[in-house]
Unconditional design. Structure first.
Length: 121
Protein backbone atom coordinates (compact mmCIF):
# COMPACT_ATOMS: atom_id res chain seq x y z
CA UNK A 1 0.00 0.00 0.00
CA UNK A 2 1.59 3.25 -1.09
CA UNK A 3 0.40 6.52 0.38
CA UNK A 4 -2.77 4.98 1.73
CA UNK A 5 -4.06 4.03 -1.73
CA UNK A 6 -4.76 0.55 -3.03
CA UNK A 7 -2.72 0.36 -6.21
CA UNK A 8 -2.92 -3.31 -7.23
CA UNK A 9 -4.43 -6.70 -6.38
CA UNK A 10 -1.80 -7.42 -3.73
CA UNK A 11 -2.65 -4.18 -1.91
CA UNK A 12 -6.34 -5.07 -2.09
CA UNK A 13 -5.62 -8.55 -0.69
CA UNK A 14 -3.54 -7.11 2.17
CA UNK A 15 -6.18 -4.52 3.08
CA UNK A 16 -8.96 -7.09 2.94
CA UNK A 17 -6.97 -9.39 5.26
CA UNK A 18 -6.36 -6.55 7.74
CA UNK A 19 -10.04 -5.67 7.72
CA UNK A 20 -11.16 -9.28 8.19
CA UNK A 21 -8.62 -10.11 10.91
CA UNK A 22 -8.25 -6.92 12.91
CA UNK A 23 -11.35 -4.78 12.40
CA UNK A 24 -14.19 -6.59 14.14
CA UNK A 25 -17.68 -5.56 15.28
CA UNK A 26 -16.62 -6.19 18.91
CA UNK A 27 -14.37 -3.15 18.63
CA UNK A 28 -17.41 -0.92 18.57
CA UNK A 29 -18.95 -2.61 21.60
CA UNK A 30 -15.91 -2.16 23.83
CA UNK A 31 -15.54 -5.93 24.25
CA UNK A 32 -12.18 -6.26 22.52
CA UNK A 33 -8.92 -6.07 24.44
CA UNK A 34 -5.93 -4.46 22.76
CA UNK A 35 -3.63 -6.01 25.36
CA UNK A 36 -4.12 -8.03 28.52
CA UNK A 37 -6.04 -5.76 30.88
CA UNK A 38 -6.47 -2.98 28.31
CA UNK A 39 -9.98 -2.85 26.90
CA UNK A 40 -10.55 -0.92 23.70
CA UNK A 41 -11.89 2.52 24.68
CA UNK A 42 -15.47 3.45 23.93
CA UNK A 43 -16.53 6.44 21.88
CA UNK A 44 -14.62 9.50 23.09
CA UNK A 45 -13.37 12.73 21.68
CA UNK A 46 -9.64 13.34 21.28
CA UNK A 47 -9.09 14.36 24.92
CA UNK A 48 -11.26 11.51 26.17
CA UNK A 49 -9.10 8.94 24.36
CA UNK A 50 -5.93 10.38 25.85
CA UNK A 51 -7.41 10.43 29.35
CA UNK A 52 -8.53 6.83 28.92
CA UNK A 53 -5.10 5.73 27.70
CA UNK A 54 -3.29 7.58 30.49
CA UNK A 55 -5.59 6.07 33.13
CA UNK A 56 -6.09 2.53 31.78
CA UNK A 57 -3.00 1.61 29.76
CA UNK A 58 -1.04 -1.12 31.55
CA UNK A 59 2.65 -0.68 32.25
CA UNK A 60 4.86 -1.47 29.28
CA UNK A 61 6.27 -4.97 29.44
CA UNK A 62 7.51 -7.66 27.07
CA UNK A 63 4.27 -9.55 27.75
CA UNK A 64 2.30 -6.84 25.91
CA UNK A 65 4.33 -7.61 22.79
CA UNK A 66 3.92 -11.37 23.09
CA UNK A 67 7.42 -11.87 24.51
CA UNK A 68 8.56 -13.77 27.56
CA UNK A 69 9.12 -11.53 30.62
CA UNK A 70 12.83 -12.42 30.55
CA UNK A 71 13.15 -10.70 27.16
CA UNK A 72 13.99 -7.38 28.75
CA UNK A 73 16.73 -8.74 31.03
CA UNK A 74 19.39 -8.36 28.33
CA UNK A 75 18.31 -4.81 27.59
CA UNK A 76 18.32 -3.82 31.26
CA UNK A 77 21.69 -5.49 31.83
CA UNK A 78 23.27 -3.69 28.90
CA UNK A 79 21.80 -0.35 29.97
CA UNK A 80 23.06 -0.82 33.54
CA UNK A 81 26.55 -1.69 32.32
CA UNK A 82 26.66 1.45 30.17
CA UNK A 83 25.49 3.57 33.11
CA UNK A 84 28.12 2.19 35.50
CA UNK A 85 30.84 2.41 32.85
CA UNK A 86 29.97 6.08 32.32
CA UNK A 87 30.00 6.80 36.06
CA UNK A 88 33.40 5.11 36.43
CA UNK A 89 34.84 7.02 33.49
CA UNK A 90 33.78 10.30 35.09
CA UNK A 91 35.56 9.56 38.37
CA UNK A 92 38.64 11.72 38.97
CA UNK A 93 41.93 10.02 38.25
CA UNK A 94 45.38 10.51 39.72
CA UNK A 95 47.04 13.23 37.63
CA UNK A 96 50.38 11.41 37.53
CA UNK A 97 49.13 7.92 36.69
CA UNK A 98 47.52 8.56 33.29
CA UNK A 99 48.92 8.92 29.81
CA UNK A 100 48.91 12.69 29.70
CA UNK A 101 46.10 15.07 30.51
CA UNK A 102 42.75 13.57 29.67
CA UNK A 103 40.62 16.68 30.19
CA UNK A 104 38.33 17.88 32.91
CA UNK A 105 35.41 16.00 34.35
CA UNK A 106 33.05 18.30 32.41
CA UNK A 107 34.80 17.33 29.18
CA UNK A 108 34.32 13.65 30.01
CA UNK A 109 30.62 14.17 30.69
CA UNK A 110 30.20 16.05 27.41
CA UNK A 111 32.11 13.36 25.52
CA UNK A 112 29.92 10.67 27.11
CA UNK A 113 26.71 12.49 26.14
CA UNK A 114 27.93 12.98 22.59
CA UNK A 115 28.93 9.31 22.40
CA UNK A 116 25.51 8.15 23.65
CA UNK A 117 23.71 10.43 21.18
CA UNK A 118 25.91 9.15 18.36
CA UNK A 119 25.35 5.49 19.18
CA UNK A 120 21.57 5.85 19.54
CA UNK A 121 20.88 7.75 16.31
Amino acid sequence: MYGGHITDDWDRRLCRTYLEEFIKPEMMDGELYLAHGFRLPGNHDYNGYHQYIDAALPAESPYLYGLHPNAEIGFLTQTSEKLFRTVLEMQPRDAGSGEGASGSRDDKVLDSILYIRHTHT
